[in-house]
Design a protein around this ligand. Structure first.
Ligand SMILES: Cc1cc2nc3c(=O)[nH]c(=O)nc-3n(C[C@H](O)[C@H](O)[C@H](O)COP(=O)(O)OP(=O)(O)OC[C@H]3O[C@@H](n4cnc5c(N)ncnc54)[C@H](O)[C@@H]3O)c2cc1C
Length: 394
């Protein structure tokens, strides 16, 4: 089939899917995005994404959006302070010299999730995103073509379907039996608004970057999320349905707060203030991950990117960054095949070979970081977190 007649469907309008569509269109390759959400602002997107030069920033450069990104981004404080439960400084993060997250490393530009989505959406040809289209399943139709069955009952056939549909991808079961498993670690999130004016002590504790305190199987992580907001995560080992097991209704903020304060009893009151004084309610996020490595046999007409391909725990990973890089790399390979009128399947194969190596390394280090950060350890032994370096070895 001549490359120009290819019909490409990208399932999911997350960072990975949108950047893939943009880079394809920039190279003159048409692509359509199918998104389950009814419209762009249907779900509130929170959080600031600090994008690294070699991944997220490189992808936006390839998308021709570097100038626009710089105008929207602000330097993210990357200073990370690591404390123990008494608030004593424990160590500095052990990262590559000059890498993000290292004390003294150059600040990375950060962009809010809603701004990133808007930037990418505005860059696409009108009508690229089909909102309110939830992919139910795919039916092979021969020669690498698949019919996509959407929940509105409409079926459409494509030459290539890209699963950019996140943790619970409906494309992935066509390629692999893997499903996300619970990592054993749960995050309970809360937050502060207008911190500099209303919570100066918390603002001082967190600074312009991030503070992380670990003790045994518990941790508190707090980071600036936008100029005057702070997002807090209480991390601990426990059951996947922690709230229900503890008989808690997550809507009952006072009860959840009391339960968390009980769990972190004995921690320095300055750290406990992160839970005691927060402005918002609590959200429970059990951390899920795909097996490491996650690969699949090459299957003409189908592939995956971002969380659909390599969902990993977030402690030492930057999932949005990786999803942007995947989307851009896949689009580049496909565009190359398109330019040379060669088989687009070769482009997908080349993309997958690089993806498998890259994502296995990132996922393994994310899993290790989580395992080590929240490992029980006797008080007399030095911390054995692999992503930090004890102070005496600095
Ligand atoms: C607690 C937590 C904190 C995190 N913090 C950070 C952070 O600070 N920095 C960072 O870089 N990353 C962070 N991440 C990870 C980051 O959110 C993801 O890795 C990233 O969003 C993945 O992008 P994606 O494009 O692959 O998928 P997603 O962003 O998940 O997008 C998938 C899209 O597909 C749509 N979709 C799903 N199923 C279907 C379907 N069947 N049909 C149609 N549409 C569908 C969804 O509605 C969604 O819009 C965090 C994750 C967690 C859990």
């Amino acid at each position: 089939m001549p490359a120009t007649t290819l019909r490409i469907a990208i399932i999911g309008a997350g960072p990975g899917g949108l950047v893939c569509a943009r880079v394809l269109q920039r190279h003159g390759v048409p692509a359509e995005v199918f998104e389950q959400e009814a419209r762009a602002a249907a779900r509130p997107w929170h959080g600031t994404l600090a994008l690294r030069p070699e991944s997220g920033q490189a992808a936006l450069r390839a998308a021709g959006l570097e100038r626009e990104f710089r105008a929207l981004a602000r330097p993210e404080g990357q200073e990370t302070r690591l404390l123990d439960r008494t608030s004593a400084a424990l160590a500095r993060p052990a990262a590559e010299p000059g890498a993000a997250g290292t004390a003294g490393a150059p600040a990375l530009p950060g962009i809010g999730r809603p701004e990133l989505r808007r930037l990418l959406l505005d860059s696409l040809a009108p009508g690229t995103v089909h909102w309110g289209r939830y992919l139910r399943t795919l039916h092979p139709r021969g020669a690498g073509r698949h019919e996509a069955e959407f929940d509105d009952g409409r079926g459409e056939t494509f030459d290539l379907v890209v699963g950019a549909d996140g943790a619970w991808s409906r494309v992935r079961p066509m390629l692999s039996d893997a499903t996300p498993h619970y990592s054993g670690v749960t995050f309970v999130e809360t937050g502060f608004e207008d911190v500099d004016a209303r919570h100066p002590e918390i603002a001082r504790l967190v600074g312009h970057g991030r503070v992380m305190a670990f003790s045994g199987t518990e941790g508190l992580i707090a980071r600036r999320d936008g100029r005057d907001r702070i997002r807090v995560q209480a991390a601990f080992r426990g059951s996947e349905d922690w709230a229900r097991a503890a008989g808690l209704d997550l809507a009952d903020t006072a009860a959840v707060r009391a339960a968390l304060l009980g769990r972190f009893a004995g921690w320095d009151p300055r750290l406990l203030a992160l839970l005691r004084d927060s402005d918002s309610g609590f959200t429970h996020r059990p951390l899920l991950a795909l097996p490491v490595p996650h690969t699949w046999p090459h299957t003409p007409g189908l592939t995956l990117l971002g969380d659909a391909a390599h969902l990993m725990t977030p402690l030492a990973a930057s999932g949005a960054d990786l999803a942007l890089l995947d989307g851009c790399e896949l689009a580049r390979h496909l565009a190359e095949a398109h330019t040379w009128q060669s088989d687009p399947d070769q482009g997908v194969r080349a993309y997958e070979a690089a993806l498998f190596a890259r994502s296995a390394a990132a996922a393994a280090s994310a899993a290790r970081a989580l395992e080590d950060a929240l490992a029980p350890e006797p008080a007399h032994r030095p911390p054995r977190h692999r992503f930090i370096r004890p102070l005496h070895r600095r």
